[in-house]
Unconditional design. Structure first.
Length: 209
């Protein structure tokens, strides 16, 4: 996954907060990153923060249980560092484990990216799926983008209805906050529409993509 894709994914979470990522999204992100290259835990966490740092947070408390879960499912494997049995350790430092994706994990990742259910359009899931768009088909990308646009359009409509009903009861600052949220959603709808148009053009003229 390119750094540009990572930044696009991170910036896409317009309405995302700083809450912990749900396990399904975290599993997908970990498998996608390990498909690029083997990594140890600290490096994985750094890449996750780079990928979606402004959208979702990843603590060690959620990272290592997720890695253990993926290992138990044989989706990833853990490599122990080679240690000279005669060497005297200078410090009682913990040895770093290296994680890499297995063949089963690669197949599972491909299925997750291709199936892309309703979770892919949520604030939690969209950024992760967007980051791995280069590994998906045009049809899958269109399905996710269109589902995300519908979700944000519904959000815009809900905000407009809420503002119309409660405008007289809202103070100036609450009203401005609602307006900001609506403008952000409107911008995301336009951005999504532009992406959809580009993907439709690729779909119509696959040789030019």
């Amino acid at each position: 996954m390119s750094h540009r894709a990572a930044h696009l994914a991170r910036d896409a979470g317009v309405a995302g907060g700083g809450s912990e990522a749900p396990s399904g999204t975290l599993d997908l992100a970990l498998l996608g990153l390990l498909a690029d290259a083997p990594m140890h835990g600290y490096e994985l966490r750094s890449r996750l923060i780079e990928l979606l740092g402004t959208v979702r947070s990843y603590s060690y408390g959620s990272l290592y249980p997720a890695l253990k879960r993926l290992e138990s499912a044989a989706l990833i494997a853990v490599e122990q560092p080679l240690v000279d049995p005669d060497a005297v350790p200078l410090t009682p430092k913990r040895r770093r484990l290296t994680y890499h994706i297995t063949a089963v994990g690669k197949d599972h990742l491909e299925r997750l990216l291709a199936e892309a259910g309703p979770q892919a359009a949520t604030d939690e899931g969209f950024g992760v799926h967007l980051a791995f768009f280069p590994q998906t088909t045009v049809e899958t990308r269109l399905r996710i983008l269109q589902a995300r646009r519908r979700r944000i359009e519904e959000r815009c409509e809900g905000l407009r209805t809420s503002m119309a009903r409660a405008a007289q009861r809202m103070d100036e600052y609450t009203l401005q906050l609602q307006q900001l949220a609506m403008e952000a959603s409107d911008r995301e709808v336009k951005w999504l529409s532009d992406l959809i148009t580009r993907e439709e053009q690729r779909h119509a003229h696959p040789d030019t993509s």
